[in-house]
Structures are given as structure tokens and as C-alpha cells.
Design a binder for this molecule. Structure first.
Ligand code: FE2
Ligand code: FE2
Length: 328
């Protein structure tokens, strides 16, 4: 999945000569690497954004993991299993990218488990039917791709590089979701109704994935100047709507937005008002599944303690063996 535009950089540090040199490198499209000098605010912004992104990948495994045992065929089960596993991998690359900025994995996990860190609000909605798995791949992974493709050119090297592989995998996720929707939309009346119901429930939350409107996200200026971000929230949201509405119409589905219509003058799809109160509520912890998601992560962390201990013990033993060989 996916990074929600939640980042709120605190602004540039100052205007010293180092800051000027740093900005000149950014302007020249130079990549910033872990050992390079960087303003504290740039580092903090990236730690927050990359870790929120990592948490979203990991929590994003839960709503779909819930359907692995109930996928309708072996082929669907294998594809869904591979997708959920990919999301776990995305989380790991991203935690590793965040660690290059001087934060530890333990701190990041602690922030998630104590509820101090944010993750994408989309994963706090329940998956009620098999069609939701189609809608998530089509819409949620589709929105993720829209958000993440520009991040492949992010000014911070480790983040940009991790995005290249992640985007390739996301495009497989999007296609498997759209293919599920295609089969349902061409199926029985009951299957068509399932596809429509899933679109009705996932459409608005997927538009919220791009974050608050530009007018309200007062801090995105710094991210744009640092080339962490290349497009504004509203620009990406519009791009996603323009790409997705024709796909939904191809499926014969109706979007749950009476205002949605093609604007011949602008060439874009005009759409209705997003319920930002709902967005803020879900983000603040009061969505349909926030408590359940965090409880599942905490349980997994506790039950996985023996794996971490065993891995550390193994690594210590390997180190001791290597040292002994060197001494001989
Ligand atoms: Fe992902
Ligand atoms: Fe994905």
C-alpha cells in the first residue's frame, strides 16, 4: 500500500551557508545520502513520513490478511497471500530507510504500538465481503501508486530507491484488484451488487488517502521545496480520480457521488465534497477498526518476541564464532 499525505514538516531550520548549499544540491536534483549534512527539519520530516509509510504498509496487511483463508479459489488465495507478503516487505524496506536517518527500529515500532504514530486512515475500515479485496487492490493500491510514483524521485536517496521496487509490486496489486472487480462486475446480479457495495464503501476513504486539501495542509511548502514531495495533495487526488472514474464506468459501476461529472472545459472530473470530519476522526483513532488493528499488531509483536530473541542469539553466536576464527 501506501503513504498518506500526513507529513507536517516544521519548516526549514535557518538560512546559514550550509542550508544554502543543501538547497542548491536539491535544486540541482542531487540525491541526499545518509551521511550527508541535512537540516534537522528535513531529517525530522523524512523520519515522520517514512515511518508513517512503513506503519501503513504493516497495518495494511491486516484487512486483507483477514481474507486469505476465505479467498474463493486457490489461485485467488495464492495471489492474495503474495500481495500481503509484499506489503510486509514494503514495511521492512521503509523501516530500514528510516533507520538510515538515525532512528531505531525499536523506537518506531514502539511509536506504532503505543498509538503515538499515525498510519493511513484507510486501514481502519473493515473488509466485509470478498469484493472489498478487489476494491482495495483497485482503489487503495491504485491511490498508493499515484502517491508513490513521484516519491521514486524524492531527494532522499534511500527513500527514493525503496520506492522503485515498491511501485513495481503495487502495480501488480492494483491489477489483481481490478481483475477481481472485473470478474464480479461481469458475474451474477449478486456478484455485481457486491462489487457496487464495495465501491460505495471504499471510494471516499480512498480519496482521503491523498491527505487534507492543499489550503489546509500549510506545511507542504517545505516538502515541495526539499523535493520530498513533487505534487500537492489536491493535484494527486485529481489525477487519481481522472484515471479511476473511466475504469469504474468500464466495469458498469456507479460512483457514490451525485456531483461527479466530466468537465469539458478543464478536461478533469469534478467531484463532491469530501467529509474531512470523518477523515480527522478516523486518523485520531476513532475509526471503525482502529482499536482492533492496534490490538492485532500488539499481539503479533508479543507473540513474535521469541523470534526476535532467537535471531539476536543466533547473530551473537555467529559473531563469536567469527571472532574465534580470526583469533586462531
Ligand atoms: Fe505496499
Ligand atoms: Fe500494495
Amino acid at each position: 500500500m501506501y503513504s498518506q499525505a500526513l507529513q507536517d514538516p516544521t519548516g526549514a531550520d535557518g538560512a546559514g551557508p550550509q542550508d544554502d548549499r543543501f538547497q542548491a544540491r536539491i535544486d540541482a536534483e542531487d540525491r541526499i545520502e545518509p551521511n550527508d549534512w541535512m537540516p534537522d527539519a528535513y531529517r525530522r520530516t523524512l523520519i515522520r513520513q517514512i515511518s508513517q509509510h512503513a506503519h501503513s504498509e504493516i497495518v495494511g496487511m491486516l484487512p486483507e490478511g483477514n481474507w486469505i483463508t476465505r479467498a474463493p479459489t486457490l489461485r485467488r488465495k495464492a495471489a492474495l497471500l503474495a500481495k500481503v507478503q509484499d506489503e510486509g516487505g514494503h514495511g521492512l524496506y521503509l523501516y530500514a530507510a528510516a533507520e538510515t536517518l538515525g532512528v531505531t527500529r525499536e523506537e518506531l515500532v514502539e511509536q506504532l504500538l503505543t498509538g503515538r504514530a499515525k498510519y493511513s486512515s484507510i486501514f481502519n475500515y473493515p473488509t466485509l465481503s470478498w469484493a472489498d479485496i478487489g476494491a482495495i487492490g483497485w482503489l487503495v493500491d491504485g491511490a498508493a501508486i499515484m502517491n508513490q510514483i513521484p516519491l521514486c524521485r524524492c531527494s532522499y536517496g534511500p527513500y527514493a530507491r525503496s520506492m522503485i521496487r515498491i511501485c513495481k509490486e503495487e502495480s501488480f496489486h492494483q491489477r489483481q484488484g481490478f481483475e477481481i472487480m472485473t470478474v464480479l462486475a461481469r458475474g451474477s446480479a449478486e456478484q455485481q451488487a457486491m462489487a457496487q457495495d464495495a465501491l460505495n464503501r471504499w471510494w471516499w476513504p480512498s480519496l482521503m488517502m491523498f491527505g487534507p486539501p492543499d489550503q489546509q495542509s500549510q506545511h507542504s511548502d517545505a516538502s515541495m521545496r526539499w523535493k520530498i514531495k513533487r505534487f500537492t495533495n489536491d493535484a494527486l487526488r485529481q489525477k487519481f480520480i481522472d484515471a479511476t472514474v473511466p475504469q469504474g464506468h468500464f466495469l458498469g459501476l456507479t460512483f457514490p457521488d451525485p456531483v461527479l461529472r466530466h468537465n469539458a472545459a478543464s478536461g478533469h472530473w469534478d467531484f463532491g465534497t469530501i467529509d474531512w470530519d470523518e477523515f480527522r476522526r478516523v486518523l485520531a483513532g476513532d475509526g471503525p477498526c482502529n482499536r482492533e488493528r492496534l490490538a492485532a499488531r500488539r499481539r503479533a509483536h508479543e507473540e513474535g518476541a521469541w523470534v526476535r530473541e532467537a535471531a539476536l542469539a543466533h547473530a551473537a553466536r555467529q559473531r563469536a564464532v567469527a571472532q574465534q576464527r580470526e583469533a586462531e
